[in-house]
Design a protein around this ligand. Structure first.
Ligand code: AMP
Ligand code: TRP
Length: 328
C-alpha cells in the first residue's frame, strides 16, 4: 500500500478552502492508502500567535479532522511536536538546503512583503521542516492544495540531493493536487485565496459558521456584470470560484456544473451554492459539537503518535548515521 502524508497548520480557524483543498481529499484517500495526517503545530509558531489561541486551534483542528470523516482506525492522526524526529530531521535538512532555494519560496516572499509580519528564522526555514515531515515516512504522495506545490518540489530536490550524496536515503514524493478546488478564492476578493491568516471575515467561510452567515456571505459574494454563469477565472473570478466550490462539494466536473447553471440568474445560482455548502457543513458541525469537549481527541492524538514514533526514529537514526553524525 502506498503512503501519503499531509498536515494543516493550526494558525487560525479552518475554512472551506482547507476543507475542499485538503481535509476532504484526505478522507477520500484513507481507505486505499496508508495515510498519515498530522497537525503542523511547529509550523504554526513561525508567525506570532497567542498560546491560548494556538491551543484552541489544535483542539479544533483534530475535532474537525474527525468530524469531517477521518477515521483513526484507517488514518493515523497525530500532533507534529509529539514526534520529536520531525524537528530533528528538519535541522539536518536545513544544512543541505541553500538559502537561494529558501529565498525563492513564494509563501515566504508573500509573508515578507506583508509589513505587519515580523520575520523569524522559523518562517524562513519552514519548508525544510515540511520536507522533514514528508521524508521521515518515505511518503509516495503528499495531498495538498496548489499553494503547497512549491514546498513539495523543494522536498523532492532535497531528497534527490541527499540520495545522490549518501545513497538511497529517501523516497522522492509526488504532490497530489485536487483536480477541482485546489485553490478556493476569497468570496469578497476572488483574486486572493481564501486563507486563515487574512482577516477577511466576509470573504471566508469558516467551518464553524452558522447557516445564516454562510448564506449571507455567499449571497453577497463579489461577482461581475456579465450576467452569465461561466467558468472563466480570468474575466469572471467570483462566478468561477462559486462554480468550483459547488463542483468540488457535489463531486462533479466543472463542465457539468457550468452546464447545470447555464442561463441562471446570479441570485438563484448563489442560493443553490449556499444550499450545497450548508448541507455539507451542517452534519460536520453536529459531529464537531459532539466531540469538541471530549477526552477522545487527546486519546486519538496519543495513539497516533505512538503508532509512528518508532518508524520516524528509525529513519532519523539512519540519516544521522549516513551523514556521519554517529559513531560506526
Ligand atoms: P493551511 O491551512 O495553510 O495549513 O493549509 C492546509 C492545506 O489546505 C494545504 O494543503 C493547503 O494547500 C490547503 N489550502 C489552504 N487554503 C486553501 C484554499 N484557499 N484553497 C484550496 N486549498 C487550500
Ligand atoms: N505547509 C503546509 C500548509 O501550510 C502544512 C504542512 C506542514 C504540510 N508540513 C506538511 C503539508 C507536510 C503536507 C506535508 O498547508
Amino acid at each position: 500500500m502506498k503512503t501519503m502524508i499531509s498536515g494543516i497548520k493550526p494558525s487560525g480557524q479552518l475554512h472551506l478552502g482547507s476543507y475542499i483543498g485538503a481535509i476532504r481529499e484526505f478522507v477520500k484517500y484513507q481507505q486505499d492508502y496508508h495515510i498519515l495526517i498530522f497537525i503542523a503545530n511547529l509550523h504554526c509558531i513561525t508567525l506570532p500567535i497567542e498560546q491560548e489561541e494556538l491551543r484552541e486551534n489544535l483542539r479544533d483542528c483534530i475535532a474537525f479532522y474527525l468530524a469531517c470523516g477521518l477515521d483513526p482506525e484507517q488514518a493515523t492522526l497525530f500532533l507534529q511536536s509529539d514526534v520529536k524526529a520531525h524537528a530533528q530531521l528538519g535541522w539536518i535538512l536545513n544544512c543541505f538546503t541553500y538559502t537561494g532555494e529558501l529565498n525563492r519560496m513564494t509563501q515566504y516572499k508573500d509573508k515578507v512583503k506583508d509589513k505587519n509580519n515580523l520575520i523569524t528564522g522559523g518562517l524562513y526555514t519552514y519548508p525544510t521542516l515540511m520536507a522533514a515531515d514528508i521524508l521521515l515516512y518515505d511518503a509516495d504522495y503528499v495531498p495538498v492544495g496548489e499553494d503547497q506545490k512549491q514546498h513539495v518540489e523543494l522536498t523532492r530536490d532535497i531528497a534527490q540531493r541527499m540520495n545522490n550524496r549518501f545513497g538511497e536515503l529517501f523516497k522522492v514524493p509526488d504532490p497530489l493536487i485536487p483536480k477541482v478546488g485546489a485553490r478556493i478564492m476569497s468570496l469578497s476578493n476572488p483574486e486572493k485565496k481564501m486563507s486563515k491568516s487574512e482577516h477577511d471575515l466576509k470573504g471566508t467561510i469558516y467551518l464553524k459558521d452558522d447557516p445564516a452567515s454562510i448564506r449571507k456571505k455567499i449571497m453577497s459574494a463579489k461577482t461581475d456584470t456579465l450576467g452569465a454563469v461561466h467558468y472563466d477565472p480570468e474575466n469572471q473570478p467570483g462566478i468561477s470560484n462559486l462554480l468550483t466550490i459547488y463542483a468540488a462539494l457535489a463531486d462533479k466536473s466543472l463542465k457539468e456544473t457550468e452546464e447545470q447553471f447555464s442561463g441562471m440568474q446570479y441570485g438563484e445560482f448563489k442560493k443553490q451554492v449556499a444550499d450545497c455548502v450548508v448541507s455539507t457543513l451542517e452534519p460536520i458541525q453536529k459531529r464537531y459539537d459532539a466531540i469538541i469537549h471530549s477526552s477522545y481527541l487527546h486519546d486519538v492524538l496519543q495513539h497516533g503518535a505512538q503508532k509512528v514514533n518508532q518508524r520516524a526514529l528509525d529513519k532519523l537514526n539512519r540519516v544521522q548515521s549516513a551523514v556521519g553524525l554517529a559513531l560506526e
